[in-house]
Ligand binder design. Structure first.
Ligand SMILES: Nc1nc2c(ncn2[C@@H]2O[C@H](COP(=O)(O)OP(=O)(O)O)[C@@H](O)[C@H]2O)c(=O)[nH]1
Ligand SMILES: [Mg+2]
Length: 232
């Protein structure tokens, strides 16, 4: 609960038995009323470990980062939550950043993290120069085209959205993969949502990476993101 508003955390998870237990405990902070882990066809013990750590687990058979998050967001709306936070299973984000996101939600519909603020990066985190520059470049394209020029990241999962804004944009979100992340930002801006980007901590991943596994893959992901930003 935060200022009388019910708070929910959504985590997409695909074979994350190693990091998920710690992540769930780390994000079940005093403000959080429920944490929903979306099990995206895991073949390991992700669901069991998440449940044992205190999460509600729901399945999503359609494979993909976007599909998994959408399922979690629908679930959060159905359960009546006012404020919805999204994060990852892999211990790269910190529950201690939740108050920093919440601090801005009275005045904004959407608060999104950026992982390109170097003092917030842990040494060895998967955000080297290539990804920092790439994210900032694509973010500037998004920001200038859609009306939020300060934007410096397009792929940061850690974010917070108000219920009424989520209800407005959810029917328009259809990206299955990583392009879901910038698509959500674009839709908030198209709905004239007030948004704010804040720096968040970004740590070394625990367990096996699924999206940003090589420069080549990251480049491909970037192109898909640009397509979504251009509305193609
Ligand atoms: N890439 C990917 N991630 C998924 C999928 N389903 C759920 N996820 C979760 O989405 C988050 C992002 O994936 P991750 O490998 O950390 O991507 P990275 O942060 O770009 O390295 C993790 O919590 C995954 O477990 C899927 O089908 N593909
Ligand atoms: Mg990750």
């Amino acid at each position: 609960m935060y200022k009388g508003k019910r708070v929910c955390v959504v985590i997409p998870a695909w074979n994350e038995e190693e990091p998920i237990g710690h992540t769930v405990k780390n994000f079940l902070t005093q403000e959080v009323d429920e944490l929903i882990v979306v099990d995206n066809n895991s073949t390991d013990n992700t669901a069991k470990v998440a449940r044992r750590a205190g999460a509600t687990v729901v399945p999503e058979p359609i494979q993909g980062y976007g599909a998994a998050i959408r399922r979690g967001l629908r679930e959060a709306l159905n359960r009546g939550y006012d404020l919805i936070i999204i994060t990852e299973a892999d211990q790269t984000f910190l529950g201690t950043d939740i108050p920093n996101l919440l601090e801005h939600i009275d005045k904004h519909h959407f608060v999104v993290g950026t992982r390109t603020a170097t003092p917030y990066l842990e040494e060895g985190a998967n955000m080297g120069l290539f990804l920092v520059v790439g994210n900032i470049a694509v973010a500037k394209l998004l920001g200038l085209l859609h009306g939020y020029p300060p934007l410096t990241d397009v792929g940061c999962t850690l974010r917070l959205i108000r219920r009424e804004m989520l209800e407005a944009i959810l029917p328009e979100l259809d990206a299955e993969g990583a392009a879901f992340s910038p698509q959500m930002i674009v839709k908030v801006l198209q709905h004239s949502g007030k948004m704010k980007e804040i720096p968040v901590h970004y740590l070394v991943r625990v367990g096996e990476a699924k999206i940003t596994t090589s420069k080549r893959k990251a480049f491909g992901t970037g192109l898909k993101m640009i397509r979504v930003i251009l509305g193609l």
